[in-house]
Design a protein around this ligand. Structure first.
Ligand code: GLY
Length: 410
């Protein structure tokens, strides 16, 4: 089949890398793609008809791209605009969780600043304040004091922080614990779990500093034991898919639950309606099954018929970032050493890269995702950093502790 990937980040490069290995693929196109994807697929701003389209990011899904493509008779991996509200509106996601009895933090919804501020008396600190709409990762604030919470509400609800996305807010209890990314693929009725992953969102080692889109991930079955994975499927993923189908807006595509493992059980922090980035890099690196076959089955209501196999070795992805990221990243720095990194056995996924005068340069905050595996998590980490050591660009920075939190399980 002819497959189109919409997007141009590290997630989409990892999808292209895995799809390029599929026996089902006749041609691979990406729009817009990136210089890494261009080594595997035809990259174009104006894609034509595809047999199957995989939509990477959330913004086009919330805007209804999957509906448009389906209306043209195309097969799509990605939810309708109605189902994408699970990510597009934090309030909608909470409604679904309430209806389906999915465990989540206690919360209140507000569209009026005075009542939002007043309701703070019902919360302890830290408290979580979330913009209702899409906010490119900037819509969640953990306020440590009432004063900080009031300032955040003011900035969010008057549109200063994240524009109109923040006019309505969710205020919720802070859940302490360990965060896990749990992703599953649904065909609207059936849903199959992917291996668990953990992201590292803060920019600096030790989870310090401002949040980013994700500084690195690892994929290792030990993150969640089989019983907990089963509980997540039964208490979170299946009820969410069932509830969306019951409402007449079935969810097809990748459902990503950001979970907190707390001392009193699992809590859903958020739903995303797409694969994670950089979760996809380690998932595709570890996936043994044919992705083309799996995606094709998912568009035919048969996702559960393709057995999901994972390579036994854990995978680790270290994200290399441009100068000044996560503030406004600098662009145009020349990147060197990718071939040398790949010679170590690592796979280097491109994200914010561009070609300029025949040079590969930085063109976004998260530039590359260096991904490797090993027979133990420790060796996977060492192998990923051996690849990282070969790459240079001015201003490059990255975390040196990706995967370290998983070592306690070995
Ligand atoms: N890495 C987190 C996300 O993709 O939302």
């Amino acid at each position: 089949m002819n497959v189109l990937i919409l997007g141009g980040g590290g997630r989409e490069h990892a999808l292209a890398w895995k799809l390029a290995q599929s026996s089902q693929i006749k041609s691979l196109t990406a729009s817009p793609g990136n210089p890494g994807i261009a080594q595997l697929a035809h990259c174009t701003a104006h894609p034509g008809h595809a047999d199957l389209t995989v939509v990477g990011p959330e913004v086009p899904l919330v805007a209804g791209v999957a509906d448009q493509l389906r209306a043209q008779g195309q097969r799509v991996i990605g939810p309708s605009a109605a189902a994408a509200q699970l990510e597009g509106s934090k309030i909608f996601a909470k409604e679904i969780m309430d209806e389906a009895a999915i465990p989540t933090a206690r919360y209140q919804v507000h569209d009026d600043l005075a009542s939002a501020k007043h309701s703070l008396i019902r919360f302890e600190y830290p408290v979580v304040i979330k913009a209702d709409g899409l906010a490119a990762g900037k819509g969640v604030v953990i306020a440590k004091s009432r004063q900080e919470a009031e300032i955040t509400l003011e900035q969010m609800m008057t549109g200063q922080l994240v524009g109109d996305a923040g006019r309505r807010v969710v205020i919720e209890d802070f859940c302490p614990g360990e965060e896990v990314s749990f992703i599953a693929l649904s065909d609207g009725q059936n849903i199959v779990p992917f291996a668990p992953t953990q992201d590292h969102k803060a920019v600096f080692d030790g989870d310090r500093g401002p949040n980013t889109g994700g500084m690195g991930t690892y994929c290792d079955d030990r993150i969640l034991d089989a019983a907990t994975q089963n509980t997540i499927m039964e208490q979170v993923m299946r009820p969410a898919v069932h509830q969306m189908a019951k409402r007449g807006t079935p969810f097809t595509g990748f459902l990503f639950a950001g979970l907190m493992l707390t001392t009193s059980g699992i809590r859903v922090l958020e739903f995303n309606v797409r694969l994670g980035d950089p979760e996809t890099q380690v998932l595709m690196h570890r996936l043994d099954s044919d992705l083309g076959e799996l995606l094709s089955a998912a568009t035919e209501g048969q996702v559960h018929r393709v057995p999901l196999r994972w390579k036994p070795n854990p995978s680790v992805c270290v994200v290399l970032c441009a100068a000044d990221y996560p503030a406004l990243p600098r662009k145009g720095d020349t990147i060197a050493g990718i071939a040398a990194a790949e010679a170590t056995g690592a796979v280097v996924f491109h994200a914010g890269t561009a070609t300029q005068d025949n040079r590969l340069v930085t063109s976004g905050g998260r530039v590359l995702g260096v991904t490797a595996s090993g027979p133990t998590l420790n060796e996977a980490i060492r192998n990923a950093y051996a690849g990282v050591d070969r790459i240079q660009f001015a201003g490059m920075h990255f975390r040196r502790d990706i995967g370290a939190k998983g070592l306690k399980r070995w």
